[in-house]
Design a protein around this ligand. Structure first.
Ligand code: ATP
Length: 239
């Protein structure tokens, strides 16, 4: 059986707003294995972002356990948590979150900078990543000089800078037209083929259908967890 990259065990998340408590996750049990490519779907407010934040160690469960590479995240202090986050996890955002003043190369160097690893030896690696996402001719451009799809390619290259095994994407095609979305989905599929484990949140069926597995959430619980049929079967479904 494939290695368990991330495992949620009876995870609950309650946002305590003083008078009001919001139960955003209510007993989640999910395992993500090496090589998985999972789309998380569900109505607005069903808990998708809350779960992605927990998986990304940006927040902690109120109760239950989160094991990342077999390590119980609750046992880690803040420094250990941010260390594991920057080493093991790559984030891709809907609105790219690039720094406008920095060039393509510099934006991708940001995670390496936080690890104290920017230097001549990492420059070659950064340029390789930019070439891999098809922007080798745009190294010194700034975000405003790029289309949305190109900015998302920079976002993807930045997510790969520290060579994480686990990629988390929050609506990565949410701001893109359908042709550009398709290009981004092809890039994500390629990363998955290269061995990256991917979990993405999406509202779009076409995007979810490109994953290997779809988890549907409702009211803070997992309602459905299914494997997507292989492409041959998909075309039989279509036609
Ligand atoms: N920081 C917060 N403080 C209080 N309540 C929150 C907070 N973040 C989310 N919630 C609440 O938790 C529940 C789940 O929200 P969450 O953002 O995880 O849903 P979602 O499925 O990602 O929704 P969307 O598709 O709209 O992004 C909602 O009721 C929301 O109002």
């Amino acid at each position: 059986m494939a290695r368990e990259v991330a495992k949620l065990e009876d995870v609950h998340k309650v946002y305590d707003l003083g008078d009001v408590k919001v139960s955003a996750l209510r007993g989640i049990d999910l395992t993500f294995c090496a090589g998985d490519y999972v789309a998380i779907m569900g109505a607005s407010g069903s808990g998708k972002s809350t779960m992605l934040n927990l998986l990304g160690c940006l927040d902690r469960p109120t109760s239950g356990r989160y094991l990342l590479d077999g390590q119980d995240v609750a046992q880690l202090d803040d420094n250990e948590l941010s260390e594991i986050r920057s080493r093991a996890i790559g984030f891709i955002f809907q609105s790219y979150n690039l720094i406008p003043q920095l060039t393509v190369v510099e934006n991708i160097e940001v995670p390496l900078y936080y690890q104290g690893r920017v230097g001549a030896e990492t420059r070659e690696h950064v340029v390789e990543l930019i070439e891999m996402v098809g922007l080798g001719h745009r190294l010194d451009h700034r975000p405003f000089q790029l289309s949305g799809g190109q900015q998302q390619r920079v976002g993807i290259a930045r997510a790969l800078a520290c060579d994480p095994a686990f990629i988390l994407a929050d609506e990565p095609t949410g701001n893109l037209d359908s042709a550009t979305s398709e290009e981004i989905m092809e890039l994500l599929a390629r990363l998955n083929q290269m061995g990256k484990t991917i979990v993405l949140v999406t509202h779009e069926d076409e995007v979810a259908f490109r994953a290997k597995r779809i988890v549907r959430m409702r009211d803070g619980q997992v309602m459905d967890d299914v494997m997507v049929p292989e492409p041959e079967t998909k075309s039989a479904f279509d036609g």
